[in-house]
Design a binder for this molecule. Structure first.
Ligand code: IMP
Length: 422
């Protein structure tokens, strides 16, 4: 079954763990959007590893790991990530990188920082240059991995782009940093990456025709989607189902199943509305128990109750077939758990999600209180051993969203996952 795995919240839902758990059953795992703003945490041979651009399938040598053209790539960062993976003993022969993946260049990173520090557009980005790199794609001036492989082409294209950025930085009252040193580093990275580069659309099309099992690995989450998220506090790509098709070159016919990943509570990093945010002691407790610190930036994450209004929206816009609920064990100590089931707004109350930040920042969440389980879930391995309160919590989510829970995760390790077959 070709399967798409997508985040249902604002990222950090535990997709790394979920994808790593699922990946063993797939022939191909492909990333299709985002860049090294993502941080997918997995445990490999007892060691914590954070992947930023490499697909989680990289840990399975028989699985082809693909970075498709929807992903923006900072070549120096990718070289480092490949070297780190090799140091873990992985051969990396199963990696394919799209020749058409847009490049993140030093100007992009610099511009991201300039905007973030300028107050008038403070999003709380990861400062990795993701937004400006995608802007260049939309603006039709981007450079691609394939450009990096032809020195003269790269030198010529980068020179004209540098002039463009020179003018842009001057207009913002900044000097553009010199690209001269980075140019050689980028070209060296191109030489390093060359053996991995191919036309990944062809590769994926062949895999599909040959009836290989393909896993599509989403990054970030639905509420950070450029079109369907809490704009403008979003990332610059389609983190939702649409990104699969534009980012790989496969059609909806290549997708059999969509799994939505959601934490049993909610978190957000960066700016933007978060209706169920907890700013009190319970929020602090969840942050510590859940180790809610950014895996890419180390920033403390904002923490809140599960927002079922938002989750139902995410299920609907992505056509989710089932949910993978993560970090249930983080709620172990609570005697009561709240879930938001409606919003109160100027228009009255209802369970409609407000996508734009202005409207969403004015809603007041209405909660339903459910019983906690006050049991340590970490060692439980089958559904029937889960306390009744946990099963009621899961049923409540299923009834509200209209889709079943297919997996629950009770800790960071692969084995701390229960698959629910109905
Ligand atoms: P950017 O993707 O770096 O441009 O950041 C835009 C917004 O998306 C900010 O609020 C970031 O904190 C958020 N963001 C980007 N990547 C991730 C992620 O992998 N997890 C959680 N939030 C993210």
């Amino acid at each position: 079954m070709n399967t798409v795995v997508l985040g249902m919240q604002w990222g950090d839902e535990g997709k790394g763990k979920a994808i790593d758990y699922l990946a063993g059953a797939f022939d191909v795992v492909t990333r299709f959007q985002g860049g090294h703003n993502a941080g997918h945490t997995v445990y490999y041979q007892g060691q914590k590893v954070v992947l930023h651009v490499l697909p989680s399938g990289i840990f399975y040598p028989a699985c082809q790991a693909v970075i498709a053209h929807g992903v923006v790539v900072q070549p120096l960062q990718l070289v480092e990530e490949i070297n780190n993976a090799r140091a873990l003993g992985l051969s990396m022969q199963n990696l394919a990188l799209s020749e058409n993946a847009p490049l993140i260049l030093p100007f992009h990173q610099q511009l991201d920082v300039v905007f973030e520090d300028s107050r008038y557009q403070r999003i709380g980005t990861t400062r990795r240059g993701i937004g400006p790199a995608y802007e260049d794609v939309i603006g039709r001036r981007a450079l691609f991995i394939k450009d990096l492989l032809q020195e003269e082409v790269f030198r010529s294209k980068i020179t004209s782009l540098a002039e463009y950025y020179q003018r842009l930085f001057t207009a913002h009252g900044h000097a553009a940093g010199s690209f001269d040193q980075a140019l050689d580093q980028y070209l060296q990275a191109g030489t390093f990456l060359k053996p991995y580069v191919s036309n990944t659309t062809n590769l994926l099309q062949h895999a599909f025709q040959d009836k290989k099992n393909i896993l599509f690995e989403g990054a970030q989450g639905t509420l950070l989607d450029i079109h369907l998220g809490t704009y403008p506090f979003v990332t610059s790509s389609n983190t939702t189902i649409a990104g699969v098709f534009s980012g790989t070159g496969l059609s909806p016919k290549a997708v059999d199943r969509v799994i939505g990943i959601s934490k049993a509570y909610a978190t957000r990093v960066g700016e933007g509305p978060f209706p169920t945010e907890l700013k009190d002691e319970s929020g602090r407790m969840l942050r510590e128990r859940g180790n809610e610190y950014g895996s890419t930036t180390g920033r403390p994450r904002r923490v809140g109750w599960l927002d079922l209004v938002a989750l139902k929206y995410a299920v609907q816009v992505n056509g989710v077939d089932s949910l993978f609920i993560t970090k249930l064990d983080v709620l172990d100590e609570l005697d009561e758990i709240q879930v938001a089931t409606a919003y109160e707004s100027e228009d009255g109350s209802g369970d409609r999600f407000f996508v734009h930040a202005d409207a969403l920042s004015r809603v007041r969440p209405m909660y339903q209180t459910l019983s906690g389980w006050q049991t340590n879930l970490g060692a439980i391995r089958c559904l029937t051993d889960l306390p009744l309160q946990v099963r009621s919590y899961l049923s409540f989510i299923e009834d509200f969203t209209g889709v079943g829970v297919s997996h629950v995760s009770l800790g960071g390790e692969r084995e701390q996952t229960i698959e629910i077959n109905r």
